[in-house]
Design a protein around this ligand. Structure first.
Ligand code: THU
Length: 139
């Protein structure tokens, strides 16, 4: 991924923070998912008074994309923090890593964790979900 592409994803993820619905945790998360089509899908976390129906920002982005016909993805950028303050990385939860495993090649799919356009790190899905169980295991 080029620096320009990464910066665009960071911008989009940060922009999503304003949509986060977080009355219970006040922990805002924004995601920007880049499909192989070139289209970028934003996502925010959406909480619920019953807690468990809460949807993470990453899954919001994936479900938006898949519901519009996308099945192949290159990268996702995730940002987040209490009150929307980006002081540290917001790594994806285990459930979101598993959703990535469903649609992405763990060898090539990139996960960008950022606190701003100047500070980010890029990981492959296989690094954050080693020995992940995916569709190929059922073939
Ligand atoms: N959250 C995400 O949006 N993504 C993650 O991968 C980790 C957690 C959200 C869920 C909840 O709204 C808040 O962060 C605190 O857990």
């Amino acid at each position: 991924m080029s620096e320009t592409e990464i910066r665009k994803l960071i911008d989009t993820a940060v922009d999503q923070l304003k949509f986060s619905y977080v009355p219970y945790s006040d922990f805002r998360v924004g995601a920007a998912l880049l499909a192989k089509s070139g289209k970028i899908y934003g996502g925010c976390n959406i909480e619920n008074a019953s807690y468990t129906p809460t949807n993470c920002a990453e899954r919001t982005a994936f479900f938006k994309a898949v519901s519009e016909g996308e099945r192949e993805f290159r990268a996702i950028c995730i940002v987040g923090g209490k009150g929307g303050n980006l002081t540290q990385y917001a790594p994806p939860c285990g459930v979101c890593r598993q959703v990535m495993m469903e649609f992405c090649d763990p060898e090539t799919f990139q996960i960008i964790l950022a606190t701003g356009k100047e500070h980010y790190d890029v990981f492959f899905l296989k690094e954050l979900l080693p020995q992940g169980f995916g569709p190929l295991n059922l073939m």
